[in-house]
Design a protein around this ligand. Structure first.
Ligand code: PLP
Length: 382
């Protein structure tokens, strides 16, 4: 029996062919391939504009900057996420303010968000945790009530939908990651989706030094004097990465269906194992199924991590509550008890191996390893 990988990408011949096309042309950096990917990803999302960048962290940072959010401003976000969600706020010079999450889903709780608004609050930054969308209607209502921007961290949620709403539909921007293990992956990359054409134009300027001309413009028009009209960053995506992303758009739905079959198998099997529970599924929702987390009850999560790893099953933790990481404790004085729901989930959560193409036999092996880890006493007695 081979070892079980936690994740495997499926990039292959289609991506090699696409890459060969870029290498046969003159422009390696941002050009026609990037533009084609942006158009096609926008069509997929049903959003007016997609602006690619070098990472989701860059997308979050640029969103804040383009919306004029910086020093003196507060942005409300969730402690149950990857650190980039909050460090992007710090990069913009603003202060992250955490609000607690829903116990059923781990997503930002709109009631807690409303309770965290102050006179300095400028934006709400929800994360569609594991690929399940937040309640965007409720969050938009809070944002409108206090005139706040809404920026989605959709790093887990390319394929997600809830009550007909997809990422980018109800927010100023939705930010995506094309990091190595994400549902749409090219090693490193990211994108913003927005229905605001003016904001999209500003984001295009800010992702490349605030310059009015690009390498692609030079290839089309020859050299023309350019101007710097804003202070920007070096965040553009190149044709090489866009070439790897383009063919994957055709496989997004078939890969989602494969993950859906695996998730159903996991759910049916885990239903019979006591000591764990699964996150709730939100109503009228399509879960993007980026990760497959279980919540281990009774303070046994770390015991289960060790047990699974000893049995050759790799695991991850997405995530321990961010406010309790050393930097946030030491810099902002956060303590245990500040966000009790996030802390509880952060001490219970464990992500199981999960990727399209994972053999169903491996799901069974993971579940058997989990069972034997959770029932050591009975095995000794037998
Ligand atoms: C992966 C991830 C990010 C960061 O994405 P990068 O493209 O690596 O910058 C941000 N937020 C969440 C929730 C993520 O999972």
């Amino acid at each position: 029996m081979g070892s079980i990988p936690f994740y495997l990408h499926d990039l292959g011949q289609a991506e090699l062919d696409s890459l060969a096309e870029v290498l046969a042309g003159p422009i390696l950096t941002t050009g026609a391939t990037v533009e084609r990917f942006e158009r096609r990803f926008a069509e997929y999302l049903g959003c007016r504009n997609v602006v690619t960048v070098s990472s989701c962290t860059a997308a979050l940072h640029l969103s804040l900057v383009a919306l004029g959010i910086g020093p003196g401003d507060e942005v409300i976000t969730t402690p149950m996420t990857f650190i980039a969600t909050a460090t992007a706020i710090l990069q913009a010079g603003a202060a992250p303010v955490f609000a607690d999450v829903e116990p059923g889903t781990g997503n930002l709780d709109p009631t807690q968000v409303a309770a965290s608004v102050t006179s300095r609050t400028r934006a709400i930054l929800p994360v569609h945790l594991y690929g399940q969308m937040c309640d965007m209607h409720a969050l938009r209502e809070v944002a409108d009530r206090y005139r706040l921007a809404l920026i989605e961290d959709a790093a887990h949620c390319v394929e997600g939908e809830r009550e007909g709403i997809r990422p980018g539909a109800m927010s100023e921007t939705a930010c995506f990651s094309f990091y190595a293990t994400k549902n749409l992956a090219c090693g490193e990359g990211g994108a913003l989706a927005t229905n605001d054409d003016g904001l999209a134009r500003q984001l295009r300027l800010l992702r490349l030094h605030g310059m009015t001309k690009t390498a692609a413009d030079r290839a089309r028009e020859g050299y023309q004097h350019w101007d710097m009209v804003a202070f920007g960053w070096k965040y553009n995506l190149d044709n090489i990465h866009a070439a790897l992303l383009l063919p994957q758009l055709d496989r997004l739905e078939s890969k989602w269906r494969l993950r859906q079959v695996l998730a159903e198998k996991y759910r049916a099997r885990l239903d019979h194992i006591s000591g764990i529970r699964l996150p709730d599924l939100a109503p009228e929702s399509r879960h993007a199924l980026h990760l497959f987390p279980i919540w281990v009850e009774g303070g046994r999560r770390d015991h289960v991590i060790r047990g699974l790893q000893e049995r050759g099953v790799p695991v991850m933790v997405n995530y321990r509550a961010m406010h309790l990481l050393s930097y946030f404790r030491e810099t902002y004085g956060f303590r245990e008890g500040d966000y009790p729901v996030a802390e509880a989930l952060g001490s219970e959560t464990l992500s199981l191996p999960f990727y399209p193409g994972m053999p169903e036999e491996q799901v069974e092996r993971v579940c058997q390893a989990l069972e034997s880890t959770l029932r050591p006493a009975r095995r000794r007695a037998a």
